[in-house]
Design a protein around this ligand. Structure first.
Ligand SMILES: Nc1ncnc2c1ncn2[C@@H]1O[C@H](COP(=O)(O)OP(=O)(O)OP(=O)(O)O)[C@@H](O)[C@H]1O
Ligand SMILES: [Mg+2]
Length: 246
């Protein structure tokens, strides 16, 4: 589904990704761990097409398409979803408006019929219930005044509604209380653990991985993947730290 080959990316002239290669097949859940500043968020942003992230070498294909040649909205319409480490606030636009616009823009780009208001509300209610999110929260402006954990849970409601093929989730577990962590973990499993879906989870902690059992765990250090293993690698890292593992 996603094939990244020798990816080099710079921000403001500084090299951050330095020859990163990674393949994610449909049906797989991958976790990326690694020290602060290693380039994990940079990888997510580069794949999402955030302005300022310049690819200087290498390639990334998504379902056989040249991902890097697509505009950010085209990447979303192709089925790529980004969950942010620091979700943005959008004053003046309600969550429901934002999500309906996003979903229908993507559906139109794929040649599908947009959802009617009633169909959309039914979908939003179903996903909000799955993530135990109060519908009143979805009527509020996007993330404005949300607590850290509420923003993360809101990201998962967005993911449920958008129903992407590939979700890149950047520290979705950070700041979640114990109950919210379980809800989010189960949400990821319910929404994304399917033969035609895939997930890349960026995380610092084992807790989420106990719930969303990854098929592969990678260590990203110095802008490239330095080690790959199974779920047990996360446990080893937790015990020994990155220096010993890399
Ligand atoms: N706009 C920028 N200009 C210069 N350097 C930047 C910029 N944005 C990020 N960097 C640098 O790129 C490096 C990688 O940052 P990135 O956010 O990808 O790390 P990370 O692996 O996600 O870390 P963390 O675990 O702390 O979230 C860091 O050294 C950071 O300071
Ligand atoms: Mg980061």
């Amino acid at each position: 589904m996603l094939q990244i080959n020798n990816l080099h990316a710079t921000i403001g002239g500084t090299d951050i990704l330095k020859g990163l290669s990674l393949t994610i097949n449909a049906g797989e859940i991958h976790a990326i761990m690694g020290p602060n500043g290693a380039g994990k968020s940079t990888l997510a942003y580069t794949l999402g097409g955030r302005p300022g992230y310049e690819v200087t070498e290498g390639s990334a294909t998504f379902d056989g398409q040249d991902l890097l040649a697509l505009e950010p909205h085209e990447r979303a319409a192709a089925g790529l979803f980004l969950g942010f480490q620091y979700p943005v606030e959008i004053p003046g636009v309600s969550n429901l408006q934002f999500l309906r616009e996003s979903l229908n823009a993507q559906r139109r780009a794929r040649g599908e019929e947009p959802l009617s208001g009633a169909e959309f509300i039914r979908l939003a209610k179903e996903k909000a219930a799955l993530l135990k999110m109060d519908m009143d929260m979805l009527k509020r402006p996007v993330n404005v005044g949300f607590s850290g954990g509420e923003k993360k849970r809101n990201e998962m409601v967005q993911m449920g509604i958008i129903d992407p093929k590939l979700a890149l989730l950047d520290e979705t577990d950070s700041g979640l209380d114990i109950d919210a962590l379980r809800i989010v973990g189960e949400g990821i499993n319910t929404i994304m653990r399917k033969p035609d879906r895939a997930v890349l989870l960026i995380t610092h902690y084992q807790r989420l991985l106990d719930l969303v059992k990854p098929d592969f765990v990678h260590v990203l250090a110095g802008g490239r993947i330095v080690r790959t293993g199974g779920a047990e690698l996360a446990l080893e890292l937790e015990e020994q730290g990155y220096e010993a593992a890399a």
